[in-house]
Design a binder for this molecule. Structure first.
Ligand SMILES: NC(=O)c1ccc[n+]([C@@H]2O[C@H](COP(=O)([O-])OP(=O)(O)OC[C@H]3O[C@@H](n4cnc5c(N)ncnc54)[C@H](OP(=O)(O)O)[C@@H]3O)[C@@H](O)[C@H]2O)c1
Length: 173
């Protein structure tokens, strides 16, 4: 099963200059809780923004030039609890994830989300109630004819950034 996990602000903004818009501690903890122990799929730019494989997860990074990154894969032995592979067959990876018994997470960014949305069954969305001036990365349109809200948690206020947000889960209708 393929799930998407994303934090988005007004206008579906998700990033700026290859970085997250804000670092919201409770959201980062939520992301870790949901994805740890699972396989995560990301675009090469998101991987470079994170800077290393996410620990306790199998990381799949999409790039059209996987061989360029083979030295990084070799540092993380196969079979360990943190793995990384670089792949170029995006649609093959997404189809395999969608039919897997395991829950596999597409974690960004825009290019990866745009491809994954058609294959996903579930969207874990952190709705951030804030404008993001200068945002240059956006989540695609979420069609309300296709997606319905299946759960929503109470509003959380991040005092450090003075921003409110809440966790929602959307499922296919
Ligand atoms: N708010 C959130 O939840 C969240 C989560 C993740 C990321 N983000 C943000 O999203 C932004 C990055 O998004 P982005 O769209 O620029 O980049 P991205 O989706 O992370 O990565 C794009 C790269 O993925 C590879 N790729 C894309 N399509 C492919 C295909 N069909 N086959 C093989 N490889 C493919 C290419 O790598 P190569 O160029 O190497 O070929 C492409 O340059 C950043 O600002 C980041 O902080 C936000």
């Amino acid at each position: 099963m393929l799930s998407i996990i994303v934090a988005m602000a007004d206008d579906n903004a998700i990033g700026k200059k290859n970085n997250l818009l804000w670092h919201l501690s409770d959201d980062l903890k939520y992301f870790k809780r949901k994805t740890s122990g699972h396989t995560v799929i990301m675009g090469r730019k998101t991987f470079e923004s994170i800077g290393k494989p996410l620990p306790h997860r199998q990381n799949i990074v999409l790039t059209r030039n996987p061989t360029v990154f083979s030295a990084i894969s070799e540092k993380y032995p196969k079979g360990s609890d943190t793995g990384i592979t670089f792949e170029n067959d995006l649609s093959g990876i997404l189809k395999k994830a969608a039919t897997s018994d395991e829950e596999i997470f597409a974690i960004g960014g825009t290019q990866l989300f745009a491809a994954a949305l058609d294959h996903a069954n579930k969207l874990y969305i952190t709705r951030i109630f804030a404008k993001a001036p200068g945002a240059d990365a956006f989540f695609p349109y979420i069609d309300p004819l296709i997606w319905k809200k299946s759960s929503e948690e109470p509003l959380i206020h991040d005092t450090e950034n003075n921003i409110s947000f809440r966790f929602q889960i959307l499922s296919r209708k």
